[in-house]
Design a protein around this ligand. Structure first.
Ligand code: HSE
Length: 436
């Protein structure tokens, strides 16, 4: 960090950035920083330059040489260099990102990262390391891309007793579910479209199986409730089993299916989960379409609020990274940090102990006594039926139940017992229903 002449009565502080990774987000950041450098300088007195970029393939990035002093394929050199003040990590994944972030912090450099997987698996230890060095480890871009959720939770809502954060934090699955709902197309066609449009990763399994959203949910819970937890504490299900029949039923029932990440705090006991859910059409999350993200926060004092925007893509994610760079650079010049190193240990509630209404879709034989046999299993386990619809299917029948709010463990025991009945041909989807 260097201090030089003043601009508009502010002392200019030069911050030299080392960028690790130059994919979509890295490239967008280079462009955004270049176009905003003067504006940032005149607003903040910070002169931000990208001093070095570490890439895997230097030939592929030869064009960067015009604007960047050093292009290297050795990221370890960047994090240890005396010419770098602040490190930005947009490589993704745990290895080698974890080692590089640790090394940057060890050498006294604040870090800005967009890496949800790294923080969901190793956040608490990295936050502690950052705090011990009085350094920032900021990560706005790791959750919901360009939506400034982390700063709102960490700063604006710092004093708020937050009860629940419930959001759509994966753009790929929201695109797939929106297309299935609006155009009636199949899951696989919608997913291929998402891939061609560039929302889905080339390997979209972490998106569709819910793991991407689960990593983000773990980070949300850490920040919203100040607790120590990780990806392994999050129960998650993806959207691979959601059928066009489920989508059609949800519509008839006045709901729409969304993949929700939900972090709840019940008097200090925290539960974090990701699963598809039927959301009532009038709920603000129901109208979040395409690849947009939105997060609904419920607090005791603030009431309900929602943040909405682009959760993926180079420019929105780079915008979040740049906001963090400015915050970390400011803190660096003031020798302070905005830390999360004091996360507390907390009991993690099993999702089996949570209560939810459920949509349950069964295929059964079409003969007398079947409905009574099925209904009695629900009754035996204390799962109360709110509504039921039956339709004939070529000698068989489909019965769709909506239950009242019931303990998840009771619903699972009910389904286990139903599976044993001769009249039950198949248990189709079970989808939680958001009430209210
Ligand atoms: N693949 C993610 C999504 C974006 O579809 O939302 C990066 O977290």
């Amino acid at each position: 960090m260097r201090y030089s002449a003043t601009v508009e009565n502010m002392e200019v502080k030069s911050i030299r950035i080392g960028l690790l990774g130059c994919g979509n987000v890295g490239k967008a950041l280079v462009g955004l920083l270049e176009s905003q450098r003067e504006a940032i300088l005149s607003r903040t007195g910070l002169d931000l330059t990208i001093q070095a970029i570490a890439v895997q393939n230097m030939e592929k990035h030869a064009d960067l040489a015009a604007t960047t002093k050093q292009i290297t394929n050795n990221p370890a050199d960047v994090v240890s260099s005396d010419d770098i003040d602040l490190v930005v990590e947009v490589i993704g994944g745990v290895d080698p990102a974890k080692e590089l972030v640790e090394a940057a912090l060890r050498s006294g450099k604040p870090v800005v990262t967009a890496n949800k997987e790294l923080l969901a698996k190793h956040g608490p230890e990295l936050f502690e390391q950052a705090d011990q060095g009085n350094l920032d480890l900021l990560f706005e871009a790791a959750v919901a891309g360009g939506v400034p959720l982390m700063r709102v939770l960490r700063e604006s809502l710092k004093g708020e007793p937050i009860r629940r954060v419930m959001g759509i934090v994966n753009g790929t699955t929201n695109y797939v579910l929106s297309q299935m709902t609006e155009r009636g197309i199949s899951y696989s066609d919608a997913l291929s479209e998402a891939q061609s449009a560039g929302f889905a990763e080339s390997d979209p399994s972490a998106d569709v199986d819910g793991q991407d959203a689960a990593s983000k949910a773990a980070i949300i819970a850490m920040v919203a409730f100040g607790v120590r937890l990780g990806l392994s504490d999050v129960t998650y299900e993806g959207i691979t089993d959601v059928s066009t029949d489920d989508i059609e039923f949800a519509k008839r029932f006045g709901h729409t299916i969304k993949l929700l990440a939900i972090a709840e705090n019940d008097n200090g006991e925290v539960a974090v989960r990701v699963h598809p859910a039927m959301v009532p059409k009038h709920h603000p999350l129901a109208s979040v379409r395409d690849s947009f993200n939105a997060v609904f926060v419920e607090g005791d004092a603030v009431g309900d609020l929602m943040l909405y925007g682009r959760g993926a893509g180079g420019n929105p994610t780079a915008s979040a990274v740049l906001g963090d760079i400015i915050a970390a650079a400011n803190n660096l010049t003031q020798e302070t940090n905005n830390g999360l190193g004091n996360l507390r240990n907390t009991p993690i509630q099993s999702t089996q102990d949570l209560e939810n209404a459920f949509y349950i879709n069964l295929e059964v034989t079409d003969e007398s006594g079947v409905l009574a046999a099925v209904a009695s299993v629900f009754g035996k386990h204390g799962v109360s039926i709110r509504s039921m619809e039956q339709e004939g299917l070529d000698g068989e029948a489909r019965i769709v139940f909506i239950t009242h709010s019931s303990l998840e463990r009771n619903v699972h025991t009910t389904l286990d017992e139903l599976r044993e009945l001769d009249c039950v041909i198949q248990i189709g989807t079970k989808i939680r229903v958001v009430e209210g």
